[in-house]
Design a protein around this ligand. Sequence first.
Ligand SMILES: NC(=O)c1ccc[n+]([C@@H]2O[C@H](COP(=O)([O-])OP(=O)(O)OC[C@H]3O[C@@H](n4cnc5c(N)ncnc54)[C@H](OP(=O)(O)O)[C@@H]3O)[C@@H](O)[C@H]2O)c1
Length: 351
Amino acid sequence: MRLNIALLGFGNVGRALAELIMSRSEILHQQFGIELCVVGISTGRHGHIVNPNGLDLQRALASVQNGHHLNVLDGNLMLDTEQFIDGCKSDLFFESIPTNPQDGQPALGYARELLGRSCHLVTANKGPVAFGYHELSALAAENNVGFFFESTVMDGAPVHGVLREGLPGATVNRVSGIFNSTTNYILTRMEQDHLSFEDALSAAQAIGIAETDPSLDIDGWDAAIKTTILANVAMQADLRPAEVYRTGIRGIALQDVQQAASRGKRIRLVCEAVCSGDHAVTARVAPVEVDYSDTMAGITGTTSIVSFDTDILPRLTMIEYDPGPFTTAYGMLADMINIVRGRSDTRPVLR
Ligand SMILES: NC(=O)c1ccc[n+]([C@@H]2O[C@H](COP(=O)([O-])OP(=O)(O)OC[C@H]3O[C@@H](n4cnc5c(N)ncnc54)[C@H](OP(=O)(O)O)[C@@H]3O)[C@@H](O)[C@H]2O)c1
């Protein structure tokens, strides 16, 4: 089957996805009978373009990588993202624009618009899921389309796939783990290389995993957003990121890390959401001293980990090593395949 797709966002993740789409085209065709046609690309500063006959993806990659506008491609230019959504006749949209930790906008609005128009939506953006999971799931169900977001937590590891399909009939009582790679990298460098917090942060910025303004990571917001998503999806909670008790790692000094080590412990930014029954869920993100024997103590660098405690499997744990834009892009590709295969979110939707 031919599937018309559009890319809303063409940055690190959107471009990695474009490369994956090209390199996997034979597998997609042979194993799943899918033939993808990219009919639109929308960006913030590089323009918005639509072509119902298909865009030249290789050329799109080359022009944006070289800092050029998408208007070098054959197609119709759109004025803005709203016009793009209106004018791009795509079956499925891949959305990877920046996450807004305040309210999820403008991506939340785009998601409402797309699902309302009966388009499948795959997003790597945490904003719409953290601020609109129940609403958007209901909208997708009403319009008989898929709303998938595998890459929002742990960069494409099949965390949501396990929740959706791997635990039917089980009740998740607790979700815990290390969800933010940047802070884990900083804590690891402080411990292993005896760097001060500031030097470890600079090292994270030098390799491109921390932003110039790193507050989203080091103050625990990114971790709180991911904890919100997992609490709402796995335990049917209705939390918002501001409701997560949150302490970042800004106040952690080298001395704290060394003193913890002298007691046989490591400091980790631990995320946790616990259900005390009837969807009453409390969530927190905070630096915790974990024992060397704890699985979380072995999670170093940019690796992340999630555990689900359920009423049947006492604890199910998944670890993801070496995440990056390609693993994130893979999560989006997997979502698309699962939509085509007819998988859907079978968990009840809060109304
Ligand atoms: N990087 C990762 O490994 C990773 C992992 C998990 C989740 N994510 C999530 O994935 C998303 C994308 O990350 P990224 O690293 O690819 O970010 P990025 O490199 O900053 O790319 C963002 C893209 O969105 C475009 N954009 C911005 N506002 C837009 C709008 N209103 N309409 C259409 N396009 C718009 C930008 O266009 P211009 O460049 O032209 O402004 C750019 O193409 C974020 O939400 C992030 O949290 C990323």
